[in-house]
Design a protein around this ligand. Structure first.
Ligand SMILES: [Zn+2]
Length: 352
């Protein structure tokens, strides 16, 4: 066997190994409770039953699940989380700033970007929750002193960080200074040249297995990866008998553990929790009513109620729940929670 042959043989083993097993996972605690609560009412979202099943056979608990969602019902986010965004081809810094409702300079300061520095597609950017800067508490710091150093208001710092005086400041802790200006900006305040440099050039692209013109409005939810199981009556589904009707309700994309998972479209996080066979699951309700799910994550980095934009990092890829290897189980559903079978991901990898 040639070296290349050995490599592809090993690779084929790896791909088989990461094939998903999103098994309906019962334990002694869930079976009797859920079995007692099943309702025959197919319109479970309209009424009473507390527990139902979704199409993959996964349990839906009304309080937190799909069927409790109504437009306008979202819990508002605290507005205090820092977000992470992966730059997309064609993005400009000013466009990203607009998406998050902050100034370009806020993003530049947070990411130590020079005034003329480019951003690249695929690059991670930290996005503060509002305009301002972060400050790491040093011994002897006072709120007044910090406010003065960043040309900010003491009262705003107190409110945002929930502290009343300097005794609430823990040395080494990072606090956010709303309205604060970076020390670099304070020193060179007279210069306005940085205002012009918000245009950025894209230097590389995020890999994808569906060409970008076919992907339409959806974004490939991981940086790279390989589809290990498609949607529907897949060979694995038939061989294993793990899924209801031998249908796999999603697309599995294998990638190294820890790979960033990003939102496929703008929306609001409707679940970020451990969810049966899904392991750590993030569910997003998009502005057009469609719903996406991202399962088996090592960790979720968004909270329920948080607004996210397309390309924003929502989780780290992993192998939690019932799986044989690290991958993301990605689903697209319509506004009623039904699998949206005509979407480009499912159609490209139908019965694959
Ligand atoms: Zn899956």
């Amino acid at each position: 066997m040639t070296y290349a042959g050995v490599f592809s043989f090993v690779q084929s083993l790896f791909i088989t190994n990461v094939e998903a097993q999103d098994v309906v996972y019962h334990n002694s605690q869930t079976i009797p409770l859920l079995a007692a609560s099943i309702s025959p009412d197919p319109d479970a979202d309209k009424g009473g039953p507390e527990v139902s099943f979704d199409e993959t056979g996964m349990f839906i608990v009304a309080e937190t699940g799909l069927f409790s969602l109504l437009p306008g019902e979202y819990v508002s986010a605290t507005g205090k989380e820092e977000n992470v965004y992966i730059v997309r081809p064609g993005d400009t810094l000013s466009h990203i700033a607009e998406l998050f409702n902050v100034k370009s300079e806020t993003i530049r300061w947070r990411n130590d970007l020079g005034a003329k520095e480019y951003i690249r597609a695929g690059q991670d950017l930290k996005i503060p929750p509002a305009d301002g800067v972060y400050h790491k508490i040093k011994k002897g710091d006072t709120l007044g002193g910090i406010a003065k150093a960043y040309k900010a208001e003491t009262s705003a710092i107190k409110t945002f960080n929930g502290v009343v005086d300097a005794s609430g400041l823990q040395v080494g802790k990072e606090i956010f200074i709303p309205g604060g200006k970076s020390s670099v900006a304070v020193k060179t305040q007279t210069s306005s040249s940085s205002q012009k440099s918000t245009y950025v050039k894209v230097l590389s692209s995020v890999p994808s297995q569906i060409s970008s013109d076919k992907l339409g409005e959806w974004m490939w939810p991981v940086n790279g990866g390989v589809v290990t199981q498609g949607y529907g009556s897949t060979s694995f589904a038939n061989r294993s008998g793990y899924y209801k009707g031998n249908n796999h309700g999603g697309v599995d994309i294998g990638a190294p553990r820890g790979t960033a998972i990003v939102a496929a479209k703008d929306g609001v996080v409707t679940m970020s929790q451990w969810y049966y066979g899904y392991g750590n699951l993030v569910e997003i309700k998009h502005d057009d009513g469609t719903i996406t799910r991202y399962g088996h994550n090592t960790s979720n980095s968004v909270k329920k109620g948080q607004r996210v934009v397309q390309g924003q990092v929502i989780a780290k890829l992993g192998s939690t729940g019932r799986v044989t290897g690290p991958h993301v189980h990605f689903e697209i559903r319509d506004a009623n929670g039904k699998q949206m079978e005509d979407n480009v991901f499912y159609q490209t990898y139908l019965n694959y």
